[in-house]
Ligand binder design. Sequence first.
Ligand code: SAT
Ligand code: MN
Length: 615
Amino acid sequence: MRMGLGLPSPVPFSVARVRAPKDMASQLTALNDWVDEVARLTQPDAIHWCDGSEAEIRALTAQMEADGTLIRLNPETHPNCWLHRSNPGDVARVEKLTLVCTPNREDAGPNNHWEDPAAAHARLDALFEGCMKGRTMYVIPYCMGPIDSPISRCGVEITDSPYVVANMRIMTRMGTPALARIEREGTFVKGLHSTGDLDPDRRWIVHFPEELTIKSIGSGYGGNALLGKKCHALRIGSFQAKREGWLAEHMLIVGIENPQGEVHYIAAAFPSACGKTNLAMLIPPEGYRKAGWKVWTIGDDICWMTPGEDGRLWAINPEAGFFGVAPGTSEHTNPNAMATVSRDTIFTNVAVTADNQPWWEGLPGEPVTDWQGRPYDPANGPAAHPNARFTVSARQCPTWSEHAEAARGVPISAIVFGGRRPSLVPLVFEARDWAHGVLVGAAMGSETTAAAAGAVGVMRRDPMAMKPFCGYNYGDYFAHWLSFDRAGMQLPKIFHVNWFRKGADGKFLWPGFGDNLRVLEWIIDRCTGKAGAEETPIGLLPRMEDLDLAGLDLDAAALATLFEVDADGWRGELEAIGEYLDGYGERLPQRLREEQQRVATALGASNEAAIAVAG
Ligand code: SAT
Ligand code: MN
C-alpha cells in the first residue's frame, strides 16, 4: 500500500483520509478493502473520502476554477453557476460501449451488449491499472432515494473526476449520512470510474449485476460517469428490482392537484430528451391555473416503485437533482426549469453570451462563444451542444413537492408511456387492463435523440423507455412487469401518449408543454371513474367531449388526426411489434404474445369505419 495520510493532496481538504472513519471501520471492512484494492490498481497520489460538506464542495470548486475545469458564469445573473466544457468527443451516453456482464449471456438478453464477466474484469482492470497516477481518488458514498426510506439503496462511487464529485453531490444524497446508512446495512453498489485518457477506443461502461458492481472508464459525461444515475438506479437497480419484487423505471413522477385539493401521482416513461423534465414541472394553461390546478414535481428521470401493504405501487425518486437537457428549455417551454437553474447550477457544454451568461438554442439573446469555447460561428453548428445539460438540486424547483422526501414514497394512480411518434399513434389512449398495458409499454417506439451518440431521428423500439437501461433480458423484464397482476394488488391504470404527432407540413399538431395537462386531467378522471372513453381495438380513447380543449387553437382536421385510429397502419404496427417480441425467443412470456395476438385479431376483425372514433 503506497498511500498514507502523510501523502500531499492536491486538494486542500481538512478531512482527507484513506480509511472510513474509525468508529465505522468494523462494519465497513468490505468498503475499506475494496477502496484499498482499487487504490493498489489505479495508484492515485491521494485518496479523499467525500463527506458532502459545504467546506468540501467549496474547496473542490475553487480547485476546479483554478485548473479550468469549471468556468464561473455571470455572478450577478447566475450566482454560483458554473460552465464545464467536456472533451468534444465525450458528450453523450455511448450505448455500444455499455455492457451488461452476467455469467449466462441469455440473462443479459438481446437488448444488451454482453461480455463474459471474467474477461470483462480482466480487460477493464488492465485499463484501470495506474490510471489515477498524479490524480486524487475520490470515494463518494451516496444514497439513491430519501436517506431514511426503506426503498432507497446506497452505493459508493470511486472516481478521479472532481466534476463527477460535484455532480454526484447535486444528484444524490452524498457524504456522511450515506456512509452511516452503508454502515448499518452493510451492502452497497460498487462503482469504479476513471476518466482515463478520454480516448473513445478505451471507453467502456460495464455492469456486473450479480456482483452489484459497475466499472466505467474513458468518459466524463453524465450517464457514463455519474454512476448513481443510469448505471446504478436503472441497470443495476432493475436487476435488483426483479430479484426483490419492485420496479426501477426510466420515469418522471408528477403530482397533479385538482381544484378540490386532491393530488394524483403519475409516473411517465419517455426516452431520453423527449420532455420528461418539462412534463414533471409543467405550468397549467391559464384556465386551469385560475381554476386552482397545481403541479408538483417529485422526479424527472427515474422512479423506483414498490407494492405497498395496500396493494398500490408507491414510488420514490432515487435522485436529488435534475440532469436536464438545456437546449429547448426556455421561459416558454419550462419556466420552472428556468427558475431552477438561475443559481447554484453546473452547466455542461452550453454556449455563453457577451456578459457571460449561459446560452442555448431556444433562449433570447446571442451567443458569443460556443460550447467548445470557440467564437460562435453558425457554420460550426449549434452554439450549445444539442445534449448540453444542467445539473441542479431538485430543491430549487418552484414546484418541488414536500412529499418528494417521504420515506414511503407517493402512491401512483397512473402509468404513462410515450415516445416520439410523428405518425400513426394518437394523442392518448388507455390500455384495457394491466397485461394490455405491459404490451403497450413493450411496444413503445421512439425516434432517437442527441442524448445518445449516433444518428438522431431514427425510429426504434424502446420498451418502457428502458432500452439503454434495462440491466437484464427484456423477456424476463416483461414477465416481471406481468407478475404484478395478482390478487391483492391495486394497480395503476396504464396509458400511452404521443405529444409528437406531425401534420402533412411536418409541424407538430399538438401544442404540448402546459397543454399536456388537458390529457393528464382525462387520465386522472379515468382513474377515478369520472371520464368517458370509447373502446377501439388499440385501447380506450377519449371522445372529443371527454377532453377539455377550451382556449386551444386547434383546427378540426388537426384534432381528427390526433384522435384517429388508422386500422391499416395499426395492423402493420402490430405485425412489427410481433416480430420485435419474437426476438426475445423463449424468454418472451406467452401472456405478452397472447396479448399481441388479441389486439392484432381485434384490428383484423374491424373495419375502419367502425373504429374511427372521436371525429
Ligand atoms: O446521460 S444521462 O443518461 O444521464 C441522461 C439521459 O440520457 O437520459
Ligand atoms: Mn433519462
